[in-house]
Design a protein around this ligand. Structure first.
Ligand code: HEC
Length: 171
């Protein structure tokens, strides 16, 4: 059964040449099943393309926006978190944190980490204090030249503060 015929060896050589890369063991095995060889080779190609896509895709995920139904609309001149428990709309704290969790997951987590725990490459948002509210809102709305995108088009102020409320809830 493991009798490697001349033909099969040729096939392995050919494949090595055509892919110009070391053939992993699993693909060498495929050469035993002649009809499947082509499929096997294309699967390997698809795999390497998608791995390259993933490596490239960090942070490129399309922002998801956030539906803030149920929360009061927050205007642009509010510069501190209105949903903080002792703030103007503190009675919405729970709902804001819950919606903010979704907003965070769909817009921020891919760079700032799951549950706001940064892996170290981006600032850890849990370290912001309430004195940083103005800084927070300007960063999220305008972005920075250092890799933080602007969310002006994707998130309204209500959504941005809901996300902050979520981050505070896991602090
Ligand atoms: C594409 C990756 C990426 C996404 C997505 C992203 N950020 Fe950032 N963010 C960064 C980077 C990188 C920095 C550091 C930028 C700098 O120093 O110029 C940063 C900085 C920040 C800062 C300043 C923090 C500090 O301590 O200086 C805040 C606030 C912030 N991000 C909030 C958010 C929020 C909220 C979201 C989701 C709505 C978000 N970010 C989505 C990459 C991202």
């Amino acid at each position: 059964m493991f009798d490697i015929s001349h033909n099969n060896l040729n096939a392995i050589n050919k494949q090595t040449e055509s892919t110009k890369a070391p053939v992993p063991l699993s693909s060498a095995k495929c050469t035993y099943l002649h009809p499947a060889r082509g499929i096997c080779a294309s699967l390997i190609m698809i795999c390497s393309i998608s791995v390259a896509g993933l490596a490239h895709g960090h942070g490129d995920v399309t922002p998801q926006g956030l539906d803030t139904d149920g929360l009061p609309e927050i205007s642009k001149d509010v510069l501190s978190n209105p949903f903080r428990e002792d703030a103007e709309h503190g009675e919405y704290y729970e709902l804001a944190a819950e919606l903010g969790k979704k907003g965070y997951a769909g817009n921020c987590a891919n760079c700032h980490g799951i549950e706001a725990m940064s892996g170290g490459l981006t600032p850890d948002l849990r370290e912001l204090t309430e004195w940083d509210d103005e800084y927070y809102i300007s960063r999220v709305v305008n972005g920075t030249g250092g890799g933080m995108p602007s969310f002006k088009e994707n998130l309204d102020r209500t959504a941005v503060w809901a996300i902050k409320t979520y981050v505070e809830s896991v602090q």
